[in-house]
Design a protein around this ligand. Sequence first.
Ligand SMILES: [Zn+2]
Ligand SMILES: [Zn+2]
Length: 168
Amino acid sequence: MTDQPMVCAFHPNRSTTLRCNRCGRPICTSCAILTPVGYRCKVCVREQQKVFETANWYDFITVPVVAGVICGVGSLLTSVLGFFVIFEAFFVGTIAARAVLRVVRPRRSRYFRWAAAIGGVLGCLPIMVPTVLLLLIYSPSNLLAIGMSLLWPGAYLVIAVGFLVANI
Ligand SMILES: [Zn+2]
Ligand SMILES: [Zn+2]
């Protein structure tokens, strides 16, 4: 502790009384970043963010593929399960989230859940597309039938992907 005036580590011409509470660098008010744990310098903030972004580029291929395959396999049952797709979707969403986390572990990224969501949605689509096409070809006027035939696959998609995202 000295009485000498400190100068900002990033602006040598600005005196300051503030220090980064992680590395102790003197920082001026325009360099200080208020974090939930107090004022920090931009170097420390950047390092902290890196800890949470450890993804490899191929994680953004494997994550959607794993999520899509599991959600897609689960979606095959939506036509026979009826109301019970709701329970199946919870189950599949949880399994898919576990599988994704297992594949990427120990890496972390806040984008994994969105990569998984995109894969999950795409995985659910194949079962819905033929139904819609068939109905459009054979009874284009029967929009109610189209809506009804998509009810359970649609419910499955929303719940499974919702649970998948919530668990990653
Ligand atoms: Zn710092
Ligand atoms: Zn500064």
